[in-house]
Design a protein around this ligand. Structure first.
Ligand SMILES: Cc1cc2nc3c(=O)[nH]c(=O)nc-3n(C[C@H](O)[C@H](O)[C@H](O)COP(=O)(O)OP(=O)(O)OC[C@H]3O[C@@H](n4cnc5c(N)ncnc54)[C@H](O)[C@@H]3O)c2cc1C
Length: 294
């Protein structure tokens, strides 16, 4: 085995991303790196930049639609960046840590708001980059500081400021590799209220969204003006609409599910059909929330 940034190892390690995405779709990248430390992340970023190889960051793969064919460039998976430090005023977690695992312990750890994020799969780095959340809470609400490596391979820490995280986006998305994040602890937190919030949010999520199907969660962002993309797609009569193995979920119209060995092309064609039908019937142009890799 060579260094963390060894291209021959990374080529040998590369396997279909279908095994690493919640959609269960995705081809083989040219190179796959799995660094375990910040220094190794920096090494990979520098080596790819020097070789002019485009680099993509993979967390839990729960918000990704990846093309079936060979994927050009390198993928840096954050799975091995795992550590947790519980301090008086904060909890620091590596980017590869399980977000659902953190959410299920948020009340015990006295982290405010995160108990409102059950049923959001992914890793800590991915949920920070995407500012995941929903009607019961957002990652941004409890986030204190982010540790990352910039696209030149320089590690940095950034205390989160208003405006760093937006609706399904952040200043880190496409601009850095998040390697860890720290979340605020509030020792006066009402833990029972947080546990109730967790149960309420879990029940709501289970009753409104197809949680066990292969999907990438909501495909489209809600358009401005407080309207729900799911309600708009539903009103356009698209629930149950199908292309090949991909179907607009009959449970929640903003989910496309892979229920019969869907290909990337199936999902892409169905996304196109939904967009066209919604634009034709309502004039709304839906924007993708799901990140597409091709
Ligand atoms: C059943 C289901 C339910 C869902 N419900 C919700 C919900 O309620 N609310 C919600 O917001 N989302 C939801 N999602 C979507 C998904 O859980 C979130 O988008 C989550 O943030 C994805 O995290 P990930 O680690 O899987 O990121 P990935 O899918 O691996 O990556 C997503 C994007 O983030 C980038 N990225 C990943 N890790 C890093 C990193 N360390 N540094 C920099 N960039 C990075 C990737 O390059 C990519 O552009 C749901 C998904 C599913 C399958």
């Amino acid at each position: 085995m060579g260094s963390a940034a060894d291209f021959a190892d990374a080529r040998a390690r590369a396997a279909a991303l279908a095994g690493r995405t919640s959609f269960r779709i995705g081809g083989v990248p040219e190179l796959l790196f799995e660094p375990s430390t910040v220094a190794e992340v920096a090494e990979v970023v520098v080596a790819c930049k020097a070789a002019r190889v485009p680099l993509r960051v993979l967390g839990g793969g729960c918000n990704l639609l990846v093309a079936d064919g060979p994927l050009p460039g390198a993928v840096l998976a954050t799975t091995r960046l795992r550590h947790e430090r519980v301090l008086d005023d904060r909890v620091e977690v590596g980017a590869g840590g399980s977000f659902p695992g953190l959410v299920s312990r948020a009340a015990e750890l006295s982290i405010p708001t995160l108990s409102g994020c059950p049923g959001i799969p992914g890793q800590v780095g991915g949920v920070v980059a995407m500012n995941a959340g929903g009607r019961f809470g957002y990652v941004a609400d409890a986030l204190l500081e982010v540790f990352a490596v910039d696209l030149d391979g320089r590690p940095f820490a950034r205390v989160v400021e208003p405006g760093d995280l937006g609706y399904r986006t952040s200043v880190f998305l496409g601009a850095a590799v998040v390697v860890a994040a720290s979340f605020r602890r509030d020792r006066s937190l009402d833990r029972d209220a947080e546990r109730r919030r967790f149960l309420e949010a879990s029940a709501w999520k289970r009753s409104t969204q197809p949680m066990s199907a292969a999907s990438a969660g909501c495909v489209f962002k809600n358009p401005p003006g407080g309207r729900s993309a799911g309600a708009i797609i539903d009103a356009a009569g698209l629930k149950g609409e199908r292309v090949g193995g991909a179907m607009v979920s009959p449970v929640h119209a903003n989910y496309i599910v892979n229920d019969a060995d869907a290909t990337f092309a199936d999902v892409e064609a169905l996304i196109g059909r939904v967009r066209e039908r919604v634009a034709a019937t309502t004039g709304v142009h839906l924007e993708l929330e799901v990140q597409v890799w091709r």
